[in-house]
Ligand binder design. Structure first.
Ligand SMILES: Nc1ncnc2c1ncn2[C@@H]1O[C@H](COP(=O)(O)OP(=O)(O)OP(=O)(O)O)[C@@H](O)[C@H]1O
Ligand SMILES: [Mg+2]
Length: 249
């Protein structure tokens, strides 16, 4: 069991309310989509859920088989430690670490003391190296032993960093924007396999609707900061409100 639930969650910037959600729950299904127009508040919601952005009001709870925990008092690295992380829509940094080191780092448990625990031999190092190689070799990086070269490669490293960390619930913010089609499919197939094996649950934000319809078991529609509709892909696809507010039909 895995449920991430937000209740009466709001976020305002300078009096402007960008998120206002009575109730939403993620994690009930394997692969869920979160869609909505530009500026709907999707990235803000993901930031709120992972405690990277402080809410104006509202509560966020994570329930697993071992119990329910309020995320409100936690910081994002503590949220990560209990198994909830996100990929980033826009990538910054990564320039100082090689692709392999970024992935090695992701396999060490996030620590409040930050960089101190990097490369600490908390796991069997053969296991780490084997996993890192699996992910690096699955994709055509320009320089496998070096740094990510392009924006697309950095984005891919960010995604792989999250997959290799094996969270319980992974939020992906436009994972495939800026990636070539064949890489997008490879990433999504990898995600689907992990979800099918029961290793993790995933919520994906995407403007690529065919991809959402193809991969997601359940879809949430966000517009102007609120969840307006939720359902299986077919229901969402044929919903009038979604069509009017998003697809301009
Ligand atoms: N740090 C901030 N300060 C002020 N306004 C912000 C900030 N972050 C986001 N916003 C505003 O909040 C609204 C929601 O932004 P958000 O990035 O969450 O939308 P989104 O649904 O992810 O859009 P997109 O599909 O374009 O990525 C927008 O109007 C945006 O301008
Ligand atoms: Mg966004």
């Amino acid at each position: 069991m895995m449920q991430l639930e937000a209740t009466n969650l709001t976020k305002s910037y300078h009096e402007h309310e960008v998120v206002n959600i009575e109730k939403v729950a993620f994690g009930a299904m394997g692969l869920e989509g979160l869609i909505g127009p530009n500026g709907a508040g999707k990235s803000t919601l993901m930031g709120l859920l992972t405690r990277r952005i402080a809410p104006t009001s509202g509560s966020i709870k994570l329930s697993t088989d071992t119990g329910t925990k309020s995320l409100n008092p936690l910081r994002s690295h503590e949220v990560a430690r209990i198994g909830l992380i996100k990929t980033n829509q826009r990538i910054q940094g990564f320039d100082s670490l090689t692709i392999r080191d970024s992935l090695r780092l992701a396999m060490t448990p996030p620590d409040a003391e930050g960089l101190k625990s990097i490369f600490a031999k908390t796991r069997d190092s053969d296991e780490v190296e084997e996993k890192v190689s699996y992910y690096v070799e699955a994709f055509p990086f320009t320089d496998r032993e070096g740094h990510a070269r392009s924006g697309g490669e950095k984005k891919l490293v960010d995604i792989l960093r999250c997959l290799i960390a094996e969270p319980k619930l992974l939020l992906m913010d436009e994972p495939t924007a800026g990636l070539p089609d064949d890489i997008t499919r490879k990433v999504m197939n990898m995600v689907r396999e992990k979800v099918a094996s029961g290793a993790m649950r995933v919520v994906v934000v995407e403007h690529d609707l065919p991809l959402i319809w193809e991969y997601c078991d359940y879809v949430h529609f966000l517009s102007e900061g609120s969840i307006l509709f939720e359902g299986e892909p077919d229901e969402v696809k044929s919903n009038r409100v979604v069509a009017e507010k998003y697809m301009g039909v």
